[in-house]
Write a protein that binds this ligand. Structure first.
Ligand code: ASP
Ligand code: MG
Length: 469
């Protein structure tokens, strides 16, 4: 039997209609075993963080506490019959959890906002929402079990951005989830909180903002490793149809990507496709677990959604994205030729200043090296370089824009010829470019003022407009 792991984000949990839709989805996937991975209600994580960071403003904290309570109680009153068992259980849960949250706040006032406390506070969002969804499913006569993910996802100690320890997680999944899932007598839906885990000592950790997608993939991977059934897929229910080839801000009628492979998808996620958490793919790629991104408003959709698997439409460019605010720094010197360690020196000083380098280009003549940093880091980066480079080096910098073109097709000469010919017709000059060995992404640097025109030219040339998509 297929196992489907579905992620429901905050936008799938806004009112009675939305909860009804989840119920409809459980019917559509009637013949599959179902695991639901659930985010906090919309905006709750942000609120919790704001409160934890500003506890000295107690009036503000009280106001936000009341707001969090109201947001949950409103939904409870909306989706349950008044005074029914599930209504009472859900309300009590909210009451109890919010008292625990108050206690955490008084600890933080006393001891300061240690990273541990921050994760603990943020975990309340998912603990509240998932419990409510679980009660809702039960109130509709479904068999469903609530599992807080700090019982099953064991992580390292990196609070705020924890990484799962798969071997330990697998054991927990084997003991706590698989028996429920493989019980032939019962069709139990498992409701797991997204976003949170625990370290070995037992402290709650979180997987990084937007981490619920990641939870879904971690659970899928562990089920794959530990369960009998290898027929597993993940569905992330979103408020869009799937991944688009380009941000509609640049090209309003952007094409939907239907089939994309893991390597391409990883590139796209790294370039900020907000629909997909970059860490997700790492968990499922090796096991070849397919992941679908689907529109929550169109659960019956047959064609228009994105499927990430080892299959791809080779002919399709998968993404054209832009970095609008970047600075390119160039270090030039005759003495760089054949001198070992110059690049190491440059990148070490960047790392020391916590500046991330996103692009590097050096011709094999070695006299000049260009690299890219965020525009906001440019002053810091340039000053740091000035402090270590001797008079034999020349340093220059410029604010630029970057266009990234991603897909299997980028490996073909023809694709590059198309890009450059099209840009040349409009006299847009490519100032620097980079593609590492067999990488499915080409990055080109252009003047900032050319960005919108250039990205449209490249889009029209490589993708064009596909009616009906
Ligand atoms: N609630 C968490 C956040 O907002 C996790 C998630 O929504 O995926 O970051
Ligand atoms: Mg969220």
């Amino acid at each position: 039997m297929t196992i489907v792991i579905m992620k429901f984000g905050g936008s799938c949990l806004v009112n009675k209609k939305a909860f009804n839709k989840i119920l409809k989805i459980t019917k559509i996937y009637e013949n599959a075993k179902k695991v639901f991975v659930v985010s906090a209600f919309h905006g709750i994580t942000d609120l919790l963080l704001k409160m934890a960071q500003n506890l000295e403003f107690s009036k503000e904290v009280d106001k936000n506490m009341a707001l969090i309570e109201k947001k949950h109680i409103d939904i409870i009153e909306n989706i349950f019959e008044e005074d029914s068992l599930h209504y009472i259980k859900a309300k009590d849960w909210v009451d109890n959890k919010l008292s625990e949250l108050e206690e955490a706040f008084s600890d933080i006032r006393e001891f300061g906002l240690e990273p541990y406390y921050q994760d603990y506070v943020l975990s309340f969002g998912e603990i509240l929402s998932t419990y409510i969804l679980n009660e809702y499913l039960q109130s509709k006569g479904l068999d469903s079990e609530f599992i807080p993910s700090n019982k099953i996802i064991i992580t390292n100690d990196e609070f705020n951005n924890a990484y799962p320890l798969y071997e330990l997680t697998n054991k927990r999944i084997k003991n706590l989830v698989i028996p429920l899932l493989e019980n032939p007598k019962k069709d139990t839906i498992i409701c797991i909180t997204g976003f949170i885990g625990r370290n070995k000592i037992g402290y709650i950790t979180t997987l990084g903002r937007g981490g619920t997608d990641y939870t879904a993939t971690i659970v899928a991977r562990s089920l794959y490793d530990m369960g009998k059934d290898k027929d597993i897929k993940i569905i992330l229910w979103k408020d869009v149809d799937g991944l688009l080839a380009i941000n509609p801000k640049y090209v309003p009628e952007a094409t939907l990507i239907k089939n994309i492979n893991y390597i391409e998808a990883k590139q796209i996620a790294n370039f900020g496709a907000k629909v997909l958490h970059p860490k997700c793919l790492e968990a499922i790629e090796k096991k070849k677990i397919p992941l679908e991104i689907r529109n929550f408003d169109k659960p019956l959709e047959k064609n228009n959604f994105t499927r990430i698997s080892d299959r791809t439409d080779k002919e399709q460019i998968k993404g054209i994205s832009a970095v609008e605010l970047a600075t390119i720094i160039t270090v030039i010197s005759g003495s760089m030729v054949d001198v070992p360690g110059v690049l190491a020196k440059i990148f070490k000083i960047m790392a020391k200043n916590k500046i991330s380098v996103s692009f590097v280009a050096q011709s094999s003549a070695e006299v000049s090296t260009s690299f890219l940093i965020k525009e906001e880091d440019s002053e810091k980066g340039i000053n740091a370089l000035k402090s270590i480079l001797s008079e034999f080096y020349e340093l220059s910098w410029k604010k630029v824009a970057v266009i990234n073109i991603t897909g299997q097709k980028v490996l073909e000469n023809k694709t590059k010829a198309q890009i450059f010919t099209a840009l040349d017709k409009k006299k847009i000059i490519v100032k620097a470019l980079s593609q590492s060995f067999e990488e499915l992404n080409l990055s080109i640097i252009i003047d900032k003022e050319n960005l919108i025109e250039a990205i449209n030219i490249i889009h029209d040339e490589l993708i064009g407009y596909e009616p009906g998509s």
